[in-house]
Design a protein around this ligand. Structure first.
Ligand SMILES: [Zn+2]
Length: 246
């Protein structure tokens, strides 16, 4: 590992820690049923204020959001550092680092209330497409924008077909998430796109099967698919970033 990569990995870990500490507040704020407004008060009753805050209520410092800020900050730090190590000094790394905390919030909200809010999935897809378009203008980019746009249409379309074929199996939020993830995966080409799409389905299926086998769920139980789509896409992006290295 050369010095540039070491600096890059350390900076990514520091950024991940800071961004990950904001995840619990955002997850808490957005974890409501579809017909309810976003939360405006902490579990203790204090107003959430303008910021999305860390893992605790800013007013009294006592009420924690879910598991607190330590786990999300640690997870984001590790994910950002590993991503930086795999991708190296390339412009698309900045896009992946911006997407990781948003992905963690989406996974947390989907896990809590089984939905993927438009307020996150649509900007995720739109900004990934725009930022990767900018990344192709910079030197040393490791992918193609055409691949990204084709990836968004292909993975979004594939999930739209799955959704239309079996509407009870997933939500329409999964389709919008798939379009955004397809945009990121397609950057590295068809192989990474297919790998990421299948990895997400495989991880979700393994988890669903484990629930059935341990009798923690019946056939009619719904489970969130978003966290598995996100995890599968992340693993495939690591593979894509690694294989695109010079
Ligand atoms: Zn409070």
């Amino acid at each position: 590992m050369n010095w540039l990569l070491m600096v890059l990995v350390a900076s990514a870990a520091l950024y991940g820690t800071l961004a990950g500490a904001l995840v619990p507040g955002a997850r808490y704020r957005l974890s409501v049923e579809p017909n309810e407004p976003w939360r405006t008060t902490a579990p203790c009753g204090h107003a959430l204020g303008g910021g999305i805050g860390g893992g605790r209520c800013a007013a009294c410092g006592r009420a924690r959001y879910g598991p607190g800020a330590v786990w999300p900050a640690g997870a984001a730090a590790v994910m950002c550092a590993v991503t930086a190590a795999a991708v190296g000094p390339r412009p698309e790394l900045a896009v992946w680092l911006l997407v990781i905390p948003v992905g963690l919030v989406l996974a947390g909200v989907d896990w809590a209330v089984h939905r993927l809010p438009d307020v996150l999935t649509l900007p995720l897809a739109g900004s990934t497409a725009v930022l990767l378009g900018l990344a192709t203008l910079l030197p040393a980019s490791g992918g193609t924008w055409t691949g990204s746009l084709l990836g968004a249409v292909t993975l979004g379309g594939a999930y739209l077909l799955l959704f239309l074929a079996h509407p009870a199996g997933m939500g329409f939020g999964d389709v919008k998430l798939a379009a955004g993830l397809g945009c990121a995966l397609g950057w590295y080409g068809w192989g990474v796109l297919i790998l990421g799409g299948l990895a997400g389905l495989l991880l979700g299926s393994v988890y669903g099967l484990a629930l059935l086998l341990t009798r923690r769920a019946g056939r009619g139980t719904t489970m969130p698919l978003g966290p598995f789509l996100l995890a599968g896409a992340w693993l495939a992006l690591l593979a894509g970033g690694w294989s695109a290295r010079p």
